[in-house]
Design a binder for this molecule. Sequence first.
Ligand SMILES: [Zn+2]
Length: 465
Amino acid sequence: MEVCYQLPVLPLDRLVPKHVLSRRGAISFSSSSALFGCPNSRQLSQRRGAISYDSSDQAALYIRMLGDVRVRSRAGFESERRGSHPYIDFRILHSHSEIDIPLSARNVRRLLSFQRYLKSSRFFRGVTAQNSLHILDDDYNGQAKCMLEKVGSWSFDIFLFDRLTNGNSLVTLTFHLLSQHGLIEHFHLDMVILRRFLVMVQEDYHSQNPYHNAVHAADVTQAMYCFLKEPKLAKSFTPWDILLGLIAAATHDLDHPGVNQSFLIKTNHYLATLYKNTSVLENHHWRSAVGLLRESGLFAHMTLEERQHMESQLGSIILATDISRQNEYLSQFRTHLDRGDLCLDNASDRLFILQMALKCADICNPCRTWELSKQWSEKVTDEFFYQGDVERKYKLDVSPLCDRHTSNIANIQIGFITYLVEPLFVEWARFSNTRLSQTMLGHVGLNKASWRGMLQERSSSEETD
Ligand SMILES: [Zn+2]
């Protein structure tokens, strides 16, 4: 086994220092023949996930300290979260679904409101759920490392990468990219703090959301990386720009509740009030990212001015992902391209391109291969329809695209591609006319044709019925 990222491997027969335990987020148990000299694979499989305290047994006397181990139950990741951020607890709705209690509008609002989770992780409390906890080891296995060698490929399969990293795609990918760009050294980042920050980011995404979860953030970060590699950007972007772009991509949907802004407004959610019904989610993602940056102390060694600059630029980029402001950004982009006045030696123009790059990365699903694109489409439709179900159940107006009785995946995708994706990527291809841009436009065309084909099949089979 190769030890990645110089994580310390500590022998179990020595006490793990308290300061190490407190600095790390969690513990992963690992036994490996190559590292520990155990020749017998049967022995290993028996020990996997367990620790032997027998000091004469040299094969399994080690504990690997990691910041990002995930504990998975049969139903998926455990729902315990760090508890510092708001959360819509749909389980409350579920628990009431069997009971026929008339609910006043006020009750509905209360039930739909974000809930704070103040429980500490079961893992740390030493409570084992029945048949549900599996401690996952070998996060950084050979296959995931192999995939990272092609992290700049547009056909990178983030779903596979997420499985290979035990659900830690966002942490692993972002850490790798920052490290690969030499940004850890350049900005004198503490690797332990960086890893802890990324673990906090990953955990603040809701794994219960079908779409807006940490895998989407990892996918957007990977796309952002592909754009940053494009010649125009690569030759003018500074390490600061790259750091900013990657952090913005990783955090751009932080703590997303799995419902849209109109849902928060119609349920009088406090975030809607706080942000005056404007870019409610994007403001929340940005403020959550700033909260985690400050809490982790990742940039604590920088000057106050630098930290404030980072936070405000992060805001500009994340706020640009508000899809309701797409036309505003797109017409600004078009004007610049018509005039040919974008100068990437200019910091404000580079910031604008980072905004456009994140917008592209955020809605690039239809630009991926059909196999990947289709999976994303199914996930986003699930999330929309789930919101629609909740709205219907609580007699709220069902939001557009969220009604499973009137919308379907093909229609949603064709509209999305036609009105949002194609216009944006056509301009991006004007700005960066490269093979990647042509590949992306090629996939968009093919995927749209596939959805059209499915729609036609559907309507002809309905006619025959
Ligand atoms: Zn997003």
